[in-house]
Design a binder for this molecule. Structure first.
Ligand SMILES: [Ca+2]
Ligand SMILES: [Ca+2]
Length: 529
C-alpha cells in the first residue's frame, strides 16, 4: 500500500514535470525520470495486488488506523467490483465470485444450492445445520430430580469488564465484597459475551442461544415453575422486551442501584421459606456516563470514575450478601454475577462499547455461587449464553433443547467436560453522543468471533474481509495478529466460524429482536444486502 502511495506520488510529480517541459524539447533525463516513475508505479501496484490480502495485519492497520489510505482501497474495490455487489475480488475485497452478485461476503447463505454465497464456511446443506444443532443437543443435560430448588439471585451489571474487579486480579481493591463471594464460588476466568452491546446480547443470554430464536427465557421458566420471580428494574423498557414472566418490583422502579438493593433486602426479609425466589437485579452504574461517588473516589480520570462505579456497586451488593449470610439463606441461594459486555477505556483509542470484539468489550466477569459445589477457578472458555441452562440445570429444571448454551454445572462440580468453542458477533455502529467522532475509528458494520478451548480467538470483519488471530493465553491484550504466522490454526477456526455464520444467518427468524441496529425499520435483516 505504501509502495502504491509512493508510486502514485512519484508518477504525479513526473507527469507535472514532464508537462512543464513538454513545450520545450524533451530532454533525456526527463524521459528517464518518467520511465523510472512508470516502472515504480507498475511494480508497486503489482506488489500491492499480490501481497495485500496475504498480510492481514497490514490490512487491519490500514482499515482500522488510517483515514486516507483506506479510502484508496475502498475506491479501488469500487472500481474493481465487476458484478456491482459491493465487494471486489481484488485487493482483499473478499468476493469469491465476481461474476455473480449473489455471491459475496455480505450475502446471506442459501441452504442446499451448493454455492458458498457468503464466501466463508463453504456451501450450506440442511445436514450441516442439523449437525450444528446436534452438537449442542448432545450436550443437553436432563434435569436432575434430586436437585434442590435453590433461590436465585441474578445480578446483571451493564458494561462491567472483568479485569477491573479485584476478584479478577485488578490492582485496585474495587470489589472487596465480590472478592469475598468469589472466594466461596466458582469464578469463570474466561467468560465472554456473545455481543458487545446490550440490545444484541440480552436476548441471547436470556434465551441461552446465539440468536433470538423466540425460545422461552430462563426467568420465564423459573416463574412457570413455582418461583416468586421478581425484577428490580432499571432501563425497564429494554429489560421487559426480553425478561418475561417476572413481577416488577414497583418500589424499585426508577431508583438507583442502592434503591434496588434496599428493595431486595425488604423482599428478602419478607420472602417465605417454603417458596423459592428469583431476584433479577440490574445495574447500569458502570455504563457511561460514570458518576463520581464521594465515598469511592479514586480520582477524576475516566478509569478512576469507572472504578468508583464498580466500588459503589460492590458496596451495595455487599449489603445484600451480608443479609443472606446473617439469615442463613446463603446456603440455599444460587448467586450469579455477570455482565452483558465489557467497556473500552481508551485501549486502541476507543471508549465505551458496541464497536469491537476485542477482550476489553467482550471479556466479562462470571461468578456463580453454587451451594454444594466447592469454590474453584474455572479457566474453560464459556459464554454468558450458558447462564440460563446452568441456572435451570442447577435447580433441577429443564431448558429448551434448542439452546446452544450449555449447563456449566459439570464444570462447577469438577467433572470432565469439554465446552464447545464460543462465538460472538457485533453488528452495531457506534454513534453514541458519549463518543467523540475522532474516537470512532471503526465504523464498519459486521464482525464475528470464535474462541476455541485452547485459547485462540479469530475475529472476522466481514466488511473488510479481514481476519485477526490471537493467542489469548499468551497475548491477553490482543496485540499480535498471528493469522499469517499460524495458517493451520487460522484455517481451522475460519472453517468453524464460517459454519457458525452460515447457520446463524439462515436460522435467525425474520422477526428476531436483537435490537434496532440489527434489523432495519421494516424488519428486513440488514445482513441481506
Ligand atoms: Ca463483486
Ligand atoms: Ca458459506
Amino acid at each position: 500500500m505504501f509502495l502504491l502511495d509512493t508510486g502514485l506520488s512519484m508518477s504525479l510529480i513526473a507527469v507535472i514535470f514532464s508537462r512543464r517541459q513538454a513545450r520545450n524539447e524533451r530532454s533525456q533525463p526527463t524521459i528517464l525520470l518518467a520511465l523510472i516513475a512508470s516502472v515504480l508505479l507498475i511494480g508497486s501496484v503489482a506488489f500491492t495486488f499480490v501481497h495485500f490480502d496475504k498480510n492481514q495485519n497490514l490490512k487491519t492497520q490500514i482499515f482500522y488506523r488510517t483515514t486516507q489510505a483506506k479510502q484508496y482501497f475502498k475506491l479501488a474495490w469500487w472500481a474493481l467490483d465487476f458484478d456491482r455487489d459491493g465487494y471486489s475480488a481484488y485487493l482483499g475485497g473478499g468476493d469469491c465470485d465476481d461474476r455473480r452478485a449473489d455471491v459475496n461476503p455480505g450475502h446471506v447463505e442459501v441452504v442446499g444450492d451448493g454455492v458458498d454465497h457468503n464466501c466463508i464456511g463453504g456451501p450450506l446443506a440442511q445436514k450441516d445445520i442439523d449437525d450444528w444443532h446436534r452438537e449442542y443437543t448432545s450436550l443437553h443435560l436432563p434435569p436432575d430430580p434430586s436437585a434442590k430448588r435453590l433461590n436465585v439471585i441474578y445480578v446483571f451489571v451493564d458494561a462491567l469488564r472483568a479485569d477491573h474487579l479485584s476478584a479478577y486480579g485488578y490492582g485496585r481493591k474495587t470489589s472487596p465484597n465480590l472478592d469475598k463471594l468469589a472466594a466461596r464460588s466458582c469464578l469463570f476466568e474466561n467468560a465472554f459475551t456473545p455481543a458487545p452491546n446490550t440490545f444484541e446480547a440480552l436476548p441471547k443470554f436470556t434465551q441461552g442461544n446465539y440468536w433470538d430464536a423466540h425460545l422461552e427465557g430462563w426467568p420465564e421458566i423459573l416463574a412457570h415453575n413455582g418461583y416468586n420471580a421478581l425484577l428490580f428494574p432499571r432501563r425497564i423498557a429494554t429489560l421487559r422486551r426480553h425478561v418475561k414472566g417476572m413481577n416488577v418490583v414497583e418500589s424499585a422502579r426508577g431508583e438507583t442501584f442502592e434503591g434496588s438493593i434496599d428493595a431486595a433486602i425488604n423482599m428478602l426479609n419478607e420472602a417465605p421459606k417454603e417458596e423459592p425466589f428469583c431476584f433479577y437485579l440490574y445495574s447500569t452504574d458502570t455504563h457511561r456516563p460514570y458518576r463520581p461517588h464521594e465515598q469511592f473516589h479514586y480520582g477524576d480520570s475516566i478509569v478512576d470514575l469507572y472504578d468508583g462505579e464498580i466500588a459503589y456497586l460492590d458496596f451495595h451488593l455487599g449489603r445484600l450478601f451480608d443479609l443472606l449470610e446473617r439469615s442463613g439463606r446463603m446456603d440455599d441461594t444460587l448467586i450469579v454475577i455477570m455482565a452483558d459486555h465489557g467497556e473500552s477505556l481508551g485501549e486502541r483509542g476507543v471508549y465505551k462499547h458496541s464497536s469491537q470484539l476485542y477482550n476489553e468489550q467482550t471479556h466479562v466477569p462470571m461468578i456463580i455461587h453454587f451451594p454444594g459445589a466447592p469454590a474453584r477457578v474455572i479457566s474453560d472458555y464459556v459464554s454468558t449464553i450458558d447462564l440460563g441452562p446452568t441456572i435451570l440445570n442447577a435447580v433441577g429444571l429443564d431448558f429448551p433443547k434448542e439452546c446452544a448454551g450449555v449447563s456449566l454445572v459439570p464444570l462447577m462440580r469438577g467433572q470432565a467436560f469439554t465446552h464447545p468453542p464460543i462465538y460472538g458477533e457485533q453488528t452495531t455502529q457506534e454513534v453514541s453522543p458519549f463518543v467523540r467522532p475522532d474516537q470512532q475509528i471503526d465504523p464498519e458494520l459486521k464482525k464475528y468471533m470464535i474462541i476455541s478451548q485452547d485459547g485462540f480467538k479469530l475475529i472476522y470483519n466481514r466488511d473488510y474481509y479481514n481476519f485477526e488471530l490471537f493467542d489469548l493465553k499468551n497475548d491477553p491484550f490482543e496485540f499480535r495478529n498471528l493469522y499469517a504466522h499460524m495458517p493451520e490454526k487460522a484455517a481451522e477456526l475460519k472453517k468453524q466460524l464460517g459454519r457458525f455464520i452460515d447457520v446463524v444467518t439462515v436460522s435467525r427468524p425474520w422477526d428476531a429482536d436483537e435490537g434496532q441496529y440489527v434489523f432495519g425499520p421494516t424488519g428486513e435483516p440488514r445482513e441481506a444486502k
